[in-house]
Design a protein around this ligand. Structure first.
Ligand SMILES: Cc1cc2nc3c(=O)[nH]c(=O)nc-3n(C[C@H](O)[C@H](O)[C@H](O)COP(=O)(O)OP(=O)(O)OC[C@H]3O[C@@H](n4cnc5c(N)ncnc54)[C@H](O)[C@@H]3O)c2cc1C
Length: 302
């Protein structure tokens, strides 16, 4: 979508919002799939209420992009604009055992920054790519750690009230790859409380997690991590593997040979290829195990 409403175009510079015309989502997502649209880069959080009011007033649909590591996006010209937060300086501020982190900060860099200041707990999250905002939305987790466990407070833009609010931990629930945030809430910053731990000990934990990832995941291929959520007490990857579906492909969309719950773009996969692969694998699992796998990857395909 190309923004053409003069009132919006005129307001963007005053709001500190940069418009990037024809931004390719294939270049901005880890799967490398997706069409193009205008992207609005937001430099000041305080601009959000006015920006959203303007977009809504003009009937312009929008979606919010973090690091693009958990997304499957449709091809062709996209029917919505993309909003994204620009990184802010400083991204992380420490105060005792609390870390105040901007939502646009890289999750991995946040884990290592805190580690260098003897704040641990998040070692398991080290290889989860993407932003802190995306991790909050997804309640990202790995190796027994989930970000929600450390959240004390979240500052967010609530689209319902068109205003910025702060929620405390007791007002938010974090479950397995699910949170109680409204679908159109935009996370702006978080206060994490982390246990004190010597850097050397944290580093040891980080090394172990990195090694586990390297040995089990196709890290040099384009993917969005796990496609499906694990069923309670089970493993989606194990079920797919047991069905002999590693390597199964539709066009260039392929079930990884390394990890059966990672679907990779092995060349020029289209969104339709990936959707067809997801549907076929889900059907095969359902036919054999009677379980309907739920997507972990977020679809921007409508
Ligand atoms: C190689 C690889 C390994 C992975 N391993 C793991 C893993 O171990 N555990 C795990 O949980 N995930 C894993 N993932 C998936 C992904 O990295 C996480 O879900 C990550 O937290 C997504 O963050 P993002 O910034 O990239 O979000 P995006 O992909 O950009 O967005 C995902 C969703 O979050 C929303 N969102 C993003 N930022 C915000 C914000 N500030 N406010 C509101 N909504 C927002 C988007 O609108 C979208 O709905 C992996 C992915 C890859 C490619």
């Amino acid at each position: 979508m190309k923004l053409s409403e003069p009132r919006i175009l005129a307001a963007l510079p005053e709001l500190g919002v940069e418009r990037i015309g024809g931004a390719s989502l294939a270049e901005r997502t880890s799967l490398g799939i997706g069409g193009a649209t205008d992207l609005l880069l937001i430099r000041r959080h305080s601009a959000l209420p006015d920006l959203i009011a303007l977009l809504r007033g003009a009937g312009v649909a929008y979606k919010f992009l973090g690091g693009g590591t958990n997304l499957l996006v449709r091809d062709g010209e996209l029917p919505w604009v993309i909003l994204q937060l620009a990184r802010q300086e400083p991204e992380i501020r420490l105060e005792g055992n609390s870390a105040h982190v901007g939502a646009a900060a890289d999750l991995g860099r946040t884990v290592t920054f805190c580690a260098k200041h003897d704040l641990g707990g998040m070692e398991g999250l080290i290889g989860v790519p993407g932003t802190v905002g995306g991790a909050l939305r997804m309640n990202a987790g790995a190796y027994g750690t989930q970000i929600g466990s450390y959240v004390r407070q979240v500052e967010l833009f609530r689209a319902a009230g068109v205003r910025i609010e702060t929620l405390r931990e007791n007002e938010i629930s974090f479950e397995y790859r699910h949170t109680s945030f409204a679908p159109d809430d935009i996370m702006l910053a978080v206060k994490l409380e982390l246990p004190s731990k010597p850097y050397r000990e944290i580093l040891q934990g980080i090394r172990i997690c990195n090694e586990k990832r390297r040995s089990s995941q196709p890290l040099n291929q384009k993917s969005a991590g796990c496609i499906f959520k694990n069923p309670p007490g089970g493993s989606a990857g194990r079920m797919i593997d047991e069905l002999g579906l590693k390597g199964f492909s539709v066009g260039d969309a392929r079930v990884s040979d390394r990890h059966a719950n990672f679907f990779v773009n092995a060349g020029h996969a289209t969104c339709a290829d990936m959707l067809s692969l997801i549907a076929q694998v889900r059907d095969r699992v359902h036919a054999t195990y009677g379980f309907q796998l739920e997507n972990e990857v977020i679809l921007w395909t409508q």
